[in-house]
Design a protein around this ligand. Structure first.
Ligand SMILES: *Cc1c(COP(=O)(O)O)cnc(C)c1O
Length: 733
């Protein structure tokens, strides 16, 4: 530790460093950085919802400089800034070793939403969270990656529940000054402005850059005085408004996104469309080639060789489709300048190109214009090949060219702060880093070249998590204590939040919030979008039985629910209403709560504190699902239909399965069967296992399941693994 006082210049360097750090979301997966911002103003940290940039605005320069003169604090800031610099500069990244061609900016990833952190709420759900995790792992691996999305000024809606237990939506204006984004500037230091033809006009846009570790994600924004008001409002809300808004937003994303890359002088080798929303980018790539003198066929073929596509939607109605009239209106001016005609474009988005009745489908455009395409789990791959078989009539269904790469999560980003330190202490220092030799197959894992001992690299390796199979690293007693601690943290979080929201609507019914929920009870969580196929209330179909279970004094059970319904989805809102009603006015009161305004922060609390994560979608509609993956590293076990990722993850001893690897075609029959099966696993497996305690009061078998989940699931379902698969099978191909 330095004893001599800092010079003014050194102080300024630390202040600058902290400001740079706050504007790079790397700090969200680095515990030490997070703690520095938190310590600067614990209260603001909480009230400003963990916003490092806003905290720095709250702390005056005077205060910051004074506090940096404290040698201990200064030392920590130096260490964090050192780690940050090391991360940004690191040589020998995975990509430099295994895919050097991709270490320079080479992959442009377009997504209508990105979820990075609670301070930047521009994602509607799992698709955006996945895109955010993809970017974080791309950064960790040293992939030359550029993300493209929109800067939604009002973000995704905030949920509040009114007196009738009905979801209402409200929006808050995001202020870029107070967010971890930086304005993209031109050579003169002015905001860089580009334009794109949308409808009958030229629409101008600027961009903000979110720094995700080593990689940039650019967020396009049309809120400029040059534009008419309705154009300025194009980037107001995530999937805002009707089909017309949607197509206009998608033109901005796809075509505008490519224009921005050109303005920044970026020529990616690969364009990755995350879901069909971004597929108009193919038109702009075709236009560029036509402008260079290529024929249409040639331009299409060359564009195809640059693009890859990931589909996420097993629901037929979930794919964007536009009428020829709407296409004519939305692409009017664009077609004029691009030497393309509507008659050339429409067939690209139709299964039967010459069927004038058929709507234009963004997924079809993406499939036709990609050199390869993938679904997001094995079962989803099967469903997608079936679904798009008509596009490839000459092939048998199992040869439809849609593969699959199962989704994952960014481990350090999802791990609760306290746990990051815990695992590092427990699993890192004891063991020498075990280096596996390169396996013979090309499916290899690549740990052998990592510098030993770097915890944030180590943590994604199977070897790291294998240590959990050995009680010498962490005993049953320690694991059980950890589960208690995380469950209590969740319950106290839930109590605070419920009290806060009850005060807001001055709820008159008296509820003793400090006694709500039981820290000894088996706690079952359900948190995700309230799309009806996810069947949130399924478990309550056996209402009388569930009431008996929650009132069992010896083996108590409780439920924590959260999730948003789409603003126009009244069925989803009725599910919410029903569950809140049960939580307040039925025999489940005190044993069931609904937490408002589900977002990534609420998700992190829930997947870490719950003992069981419940997922009961109508199979096979859950393309992958990712929230259950976030629980494994916290010791939360999955109880799920064998759909999406869980069909691949479940091995009989690392969680629980509802039903088997099949489903009836009849929906009523499926719902009836699944609810019976759910109740059966709950009573025959989950509850007995959780409450089977030895004379020390420890549920050994439950803890064994937690160990199994940690060793088998955690390293497998990461975006680190997922992005490596994209690189090997798609980006490099
Ligand atoms: C992880 C996550 C999701 C996705 O959950 P699924 O189980 O895949 O539906 C949605 N919303 C938020 C806020 C998340 O963190």
């Amino acid at each position: 530790m330095r004893k001599e006082p800092l010079s003014g210049k050194e102080l300024s360097a630390l202040v600058d460093g902290l400001n740079r750090l706050a504007r790079n979301l790397w700090w969200t997966w680095n515990q030490e950085s997070q703690e520095i911002f938190q310590e600067l103003s614990p209260r603001c940290w909480q009230t400003l919802y963990h916003n490092a940039v806003a905290v720095l605005h709250e702390v005056s320069n005077e205060e910051l400089r004074s506090r940096l003169r404290d040698p201990a604090f200064q030392e920590r800031v130096r260490r964090v800034l050192g780690m940050f610099e090391d991360y940004l500069k690191a040589g020998n990244t995975w990509c430099q070793t295994h895919a050097p061609a991709l270490a320079e900016p080479s992959v442009a990833y377009f997504s209508a939403e990105f979820g990075f952190h609670e301070t930047l709420p521009i994602a509607a759900g799992g698709l955006g969270v996945l895109a955010g995790d993809h970017a974080k792992s791309a950064s960790d691996l040293g992939l030359g990656f550029v993300g493209i999305s929109l800067f939604y000024r009002e973000g995704y809606f905030m949920q509040s529940i009114n007196h009738e237990n009905w979801q209402t939506e409200y929006y808050t204006l995001l202020n870029p000054e107070n967010l971890p984004v930086e304005s993209v500037l031109d050579d003169n230091g002015e905001p860089l402005v580009c334009d794109v033809e949308i409808g009958l006009n030229r629409v101008f846009f600027r961009a903000f850059r979110a720094n995700i570790g080593r990689v940039p994600v650019y967020l396009l924004d049309t809120d400029l005085p040059e534009n008419e008001q309705h154009e300025r409002d194009l980037t107001l809300r995530v999937y805002g408004g009707d089909t017309t808004t949607r197509i206009l937003q998608e033109i901005l994303l796809g075509i505008g996104g490519v224009r921005l890359l050109r303005a920044l002088n970026v020529q990616p080798a690969v364009y990755h469309m995350n879901e069909g929303h971004a597929a108009f980018l193919t038109l702009e790539l075709i236009r560029e080639k036509l402008a260079g003198g290529a024929s249409l066929d040639d331009a299409i073929a060359r564009t195809r060789s640059q693009c890859i596509f990931t589909t996420h939607t097993p629901v037929a109605a979930g794919h964007d489709r536009f009428s020829a009239n709407l296409m004519h209106f939305a692409l009017n001016r664009y077609l004029d300048v691009s030497h393309l005609t509507l008659d050339q474009v429409m067939p690209l988005g139709r299964v039967h190109p010459n069927n004038a009745e058929e709507l234009f489908c963004m997924t079809v455009l993406a499939l036709r214009l990609s050199r390869c395409a993938n679904a997001v789990s094995e079962l989803h791959g099967q469903v997608s090949r079936q679904m798009w078989h008509a596009l490839y009539p000459a092939r048998p269904v199992d040869q439809v060219p849609i593969g699959h790469i199962t989704n994952g999560v960014h481990l350090l980003g999802w791990m609760k702060g306290t746990l990051r330190r815990y695992w590092r202490r427990k699993l890192s220092p004891h063991a020498p880093v075990i280096l596996t030799p390169a396996p013979p197959s090309e499916e290899s894992t690549f740990w052998e070249t990592r510098p030993p001992g770097r915890w944030d690299d180590d943590i994604n390796t199977p070897e790291f998590w294998k240590r959990l199979g050995d009680p010498a690293f962490v005993s049953d007693e320690e694991l059980w204590a950890l589960r208690y601690k995380l469950r209590r943290e969740l319950i106290e979080f839930a109590r605070r939040r419920l009290l806060f929201h009850a005060q807001r609507i001055s709820q008159r019914d008296f509820i003793a919030f400090d006694h709500l929920l039981n820290p000894d009870a088996l706690t079952i969580g359900f948190g995700r979008r309230f799309a009806t196929y996810k069947r949130a209330p399924l478990v309550f179909q056996q209402f009388d039985n569930i009431v008996k279970l929650v009132h069992d004094k010896e083996r108590p059970l409780q439920f924590i629910f959260a999730g948003k319904a789409h603003p126009r989805d009244d069925s989803g809102k009725r599910f919410i209403q029903h569950i809140i009603h049960l939580s307040r006015y039925s025999e489940l009161q005190g044993h069931l709560v609904f937490l408002e305004n589900y977002d990534v922060h609420v998700a992190r609390q829930m997947v870490s504190g719950c003992d069981v994560w419940l997922n009961n979608p109508r199979r096979p509609l859950e393309a992958s699902g990712t929230s259950g993956m976030k629980g494994s590293c916290h010791g939360c076990l999955n109880l799920s239909i064998l759909d999406g990722w869980w069909r691949e993850g479940y091995n009989g001893s690392n969680g629980f399965a509802i039903g088997d690897d099949s489903h009836p075609d009849n929906i009523e029959e499926q719902d009836r069967r699944d609810s019976e099966n759910l109740y059966r696993v709950l009573t025959e497996q989950v509850i007995p296992c959780f409450f089977d305690r030895d004379d020390q009061g420890i549920p050994r078998k439950w803890i064994q399941r937690i160990r199994n989940a940690m060793t088998t699931l955690v390293p497998q379902f990461t975006t680190e693994r997922m992005v490596r698969e994209y690189i090997q099978h798609y980006y490099l191909a």
